[in-house]
Design a protein around this ligand. Structure first.
Ligand SMILES: CC(=O)Nc1ccn([C@@H]2O[C@H](CO)[C@@H](O)[C@H]2O)c(=O)n1
Length: 108
């Protein structure tokens, strides 16, 4: 993405929708390509599978993290065990060590 462009949309796998809407999942971990979300902005969120919009999130922070640094606190914010979280990330971003923790709050 052009580094001057502020992203206004984000997609999630449908299986995480319920946890996001209930407030149980308050972070997402993304790769460099999705590290340009800007704290203080809002994004329209839709499902990756069929592009169905399901909420608006306010971006609170974007912090770099190494895969090897992921801990139980990240897992708790994902509503998963650390083992589950690492497995999910390895599936989505195989072999990627440099990641970003995007924290957000549900707006509507
Ligand atoms: C659809 C799409 O473009 N990309 C992603 C990337 C990540 N995630 C979720 O964020 C957390 C950490 O990666 C886990 O809960 C992931 O499943 C997601 O739902 N969708």
């Amino acid at each position: 993405m052009n580094s001057q462009t502020i992203p206004t949309e984000m997609t999630f796998f449908e299986r995480f929708e319920a946890d996001i809407l209930s407030g149980k999942k308050t972070i997402t971990i993304r790769d460099e390509a999705e590290s340009y979300y800007v704290p203080g902005t809002q994004v329209k969120v839709s499902t990756f599978e069929d592009g169905r919009e399901f909420c608006i999130l306010a971006i609170d922070s974007v912090e770099p993290i190494l895969f090897s640094e992921l801990n139980d606190f990240h897992a708790q914010q994902e509503n998963m065990t650390l083992e589950q979280l690492k497995a999910v990330i390895q599936e989505i971003y195989p072999g990627i060590e440099k990641l970003y923790v995007v924290s957000y709050t549900l707006v509507e």
